[in-house]
Each structure stands twice: as structure tokens, then as C-alpha cells.
Design a binder for this molecule. Structure first.
Ligand code: PLP
Length: 399
């Protein structure tokens, strides 16, 4: 599709609304291409992207390393089936286990699939080593995906009545409340699963002391600690993995989003004691798919080589400083975040209005809750681009 005029755009939109199953409310534009921090729609309008495909395009849009990895791997091997090892799968598993505290990697395509794998692994461990324990404690406002099990694990109030009956065996507790977890632990408990910073829930971080005590609670009770780092992993919070901020090691960690830089890819990493699946327990046609493995390997190496976690820290602090400069003028509150996972609250529940108005201005941001705005730009963002974002944001807020 090349650049189109307004009439043609309307035709595309009519076709889209007729042929695509409704699941999302999308604006009346069609995205056509991207480069670095920018996207362009089919009319040629340019957008500064502070959403990064929902914390996905960590290297920006269409980075050279992804094109190269796809080109090279597609000429060698696209798919040999998960019945065989392939070279990039082995390289990538070795890289991830070398740079983390984990020993084993399982690969899939989406975050929900990685979490589904983590839930199954925890239950398998429970059945083999914890007298059949199967319950997993998760958090209120936590988000773990949209498969039936991960929706059940998710602590979103709006989902409570959806798609009944839910997968049973999940208990939800508020974050940073150790007593609430203690009250739920019993002989059926096999794991606690949470995000180190709740992303979709509005960017709320776990307390340092809470995590330290939670690790101890899990150890004392012989249960597993699972970190969902699908949004926080791969440099987003200023360290390669958010667990590193807390000086603890989870037993299982899930990754997606940034790990593929935009390509569908996820991983579940686990400690050696969790190498407990029996043949046939877990898998899938695209687990360890060579194209995805080659892309993931290239993306993670680029994040390391370009020191992007450090950039996330520096740029994240700059965004927070700039937001603090305007907070009184626009009554913004609760400016918060870690690295380049940032949010603030508006004085009223007009998050989606602000998002639409910013889009019109050529700025892409996001509103995970009615009065919350979230900024999750690519990890390559510069001060210059933050200044441009701030100018656009202020101009919209002025109106
Ligand atoms: N877990 C967390 C923390 C997420 O932020 C998301 C997506 O936003 C998911 C899981 C689900 O990932 P996916 O949409 O790739 O299935």
C-alpha cells in the first residue's frame, strides 16, 4: 500500500471494519511504515512514537539488525519443526542463560504463551515436588495475558465475570502487602507470580523490602517465585531484567515484547531445579522457530552492545524531570516509573481524550487506566525526542 488520499483511506477503513473481527477500537488511520522513533500512516503523516508498539520496539522501528537477521536466517532455514534443535535456538538460549540468573530457556511467540508455560511449569513442579500443590498467588491489577489461564491469573476487575468458568487455582492479593500473601499460602500453594512493575495496571512498582521478604517467604514455604518481566525485561527499567534492581533471584521469569524488538517472540527462563516437564507436557509448532530465534539473538545483543539499559535510566530520568517541570501547570500527579516505563495521572478521567488529541498532533502515547498516561518509548530515545514529545504534549494540554 503506497501513500493514499482521503478517499482511498476511507475505502481501506471500510474494508477493515467489514473484514476484521472486532476486538479493538482503532483510530481512523492505517499505519504504513516506521523508522527509529517514528511511524508514518498511509497519508504520509508522521508520528513520534512514545508507545513503541506497547513497549515492544526497543530498538525503534525497522532497525537494521532485525532486517539483517531475518534476511540471513530466511536464506538458511525458516522452519525445521520443534522436533529438531536449530543453531539460533541454541545460541539464543545460551545468551539468555549467560546474561541472567537462569539455567534453562523455553521459547514461544507471545507473552501469554510464556506465562501459560510458567503456570504449567509451576503446577508440574507442585505435582512432582510439593505433594500436588497447584495454587498460584497473583496480584490485583496484575496483567498476565489473554489466554484463559492467563486471564484467570490476571487481576483485572473488569475481567472477573468474563468467559466463565475461569481456570481455577488463582488467588489475587494487593501488591506490596506481604500479610495478604501469607494469608493465602497453604499446602496447595505452588507459586507466587507477579510483575516487578505492574505495567497495564498503571505502572506501580513493587517495594524493595517487600520483594526481599517475599523471596524469603517463598523459600521458607518451599514455593516458587515467578516474575512476569514481559513488559519490564530487556532493559526497559534501566537494568537488563527488573529483578536485578531488587537483589533477589526469581525461580522463573517470563519475557516477551522487547525480546523480539517487534517480532513475535517470548521466552520462559527457569532455574535448573525446574527442568521437570515430561515429554509432551509443553511445546508448540513455533517454539524455537529459527527466524524468531535469530531475531531475538540479534536484538538482545544489540541491547547489550548499545548499552540500552543505561540509556533507559538516563532518558527515563530526563522524562521524569521534564514532567515535573510542567506538573503544577497542568495538575499532573503521581509522576512515577522505572527507566523508560513511566506514567502520570491527569486531574480527570480523560486519558483516552488526551491520547486521541496527541495522535492528531502526531504523538503516540497510551492510557492504561482512565486517568493515567503511560510513556514506554523505544530504548533508543534521545533528549531531543523527549523535548519534542513534551512540546506536543503541552500544546495539547494547553487546549
Ligand atoms: N504480561 C505482561 C506484564 C504484559 O504487559 C503483557 C502484555 O501487555 C502480557 C503478559 C501478555 O503478552 P502478550 O500480549 O504478548 O500475550
Amino acid at each position: 500500500m503506497s501513500s493514499v488520499n482521503a478517499d482511498n483511506l476511507n475505502k481501506y477503513l471500510m474494508k477493515a471494519t467489514k473484514s476484521i473481527l472486532f476486538t479493538a477500537k482503532r483510530p481512523d488511520i492505517v499505519m504504513e511504515r516506521g523508522k527509529g522513533m517514528y511511524l508514518w500512516d498511509t497519508r504520509g503523516k508522521k508520528y513520534l512514537d512514545f508507545l513503541g508498539g506497547w513497549a515492544v520496539t526497543c530498538l525503534g522501528h525497522c532497525p537494521e539488525v532485525i532486517s539483517e537477521a531475518l534476511k540471513n536466517q530466511s536464506q538458511l532455514l525458516v522452519n525445521a519443526s520443534p522436533a529438531f534443535y536449530n543453531k539460533p535456538m541454541i545460541q539464543f538460549a545460551e545468551l539468555l542463560t549467560n546474561i541472567s540468573c537462569f539455567d534453562r530457556a523455553f521459547f514461544a511467540s507471545s507473552g501469554a504463551e510464556a506465562n501459560e508455560g510458567a503456570i504449567k511449569l509451576a503446577r508440574k513442579y507442585g505435582s512432582k515436588h510439593l505433594n500436588g500443590a497447584y495454587e498460584i498467588i497473583t496480584t490485583v491489577n496484575g496483567f498476565h495475558g489473554r489466554t484463559l489461564a492467563t486471564m484467570s491469573a490476571t487481576g483485572k476487575k473488569q475481567w472477573d465475570a468474563l468467559f466463565e468458568p475461569k481456570v481455577s487455582g488463582f488467588k489475587h492479593v494487593p501488591i506490596n502487602d506481604l500479610d495478604a500473601i501469607l494469608a493465602c499460602v497453604n499446602s496447595n500453594t505452588c507459586a507466587v507470580m507477579l510483575e516487578p512493575v505492574q505495567g497495564e495496571g498503571g505502572v506501580y512498582s513493587l517495594d524493595m523490602e517487600y520483594i526481599k521478604n517475599l523471596r524469603k517467604l517463598c523459600d521458607d514455604n518451599g514455593i516458587l517465585l515467578i516474575f512476569d518481566e514481559i513488559q519490564t525485561g530487556i532493559g526497559r527499567t534501566g537494568k537488563m531484567f527488573a529483578y536485578e534492581h531488587f537483589n533477589i533471584e526469581p525461580d522463573i521469569m517470563t519475557l516477551a515484547k522487547g525480546i523480539g524488538g517487534g517480532f513475535p517472540l517470548s521466552a520462559m527462563l527457569a532455574k535448573e531445579k525446574l527442568n521437570v516437564f515430561d515429554l509432551g507436557d509443553q511445546g508448540g509448532t513455533y517454539c524455537g522457530q529459527p527466524l524468531a530465534m535469530a531475531v531475538g539473538y540479534a536484538v538482545v545483543n544489540e541491547v547489550i552492545n548499545k548499552k540500552l539499559p543505561e540509556n533507559a535510566l538516563i532518558q527515563g530520568q530526563y522524562i521524569i524531570d521534564r514532567l515535573n517541570e510542567i506538573k503544577d501547570k497542568y495538575a499532573l500527579t503521581n509522576i512515577r516509573g522505572m527507566g523508560l516505563l513511566i506514567a502520570f495521572d491527569l486531574p480527570s478521567e480523560k486519558g483516552s481524550v488526551l491520547v486521541s488529541e496527541c495522535l492528531r498532533e502526531g504523538l503516540i502515547i497510551n492510557s492504561p487506566r482512565l486517568s493515567t498516561i503511560r510513556l514506554i518509548p523505544p530504548l533508543i530515545v534521545t533528549k531531543n525526542e523527549t523535548d519534542m514529545m513534551m512540546d506536543m504534549l503541552c500544546s495539547v494540554l494547553d487546549n
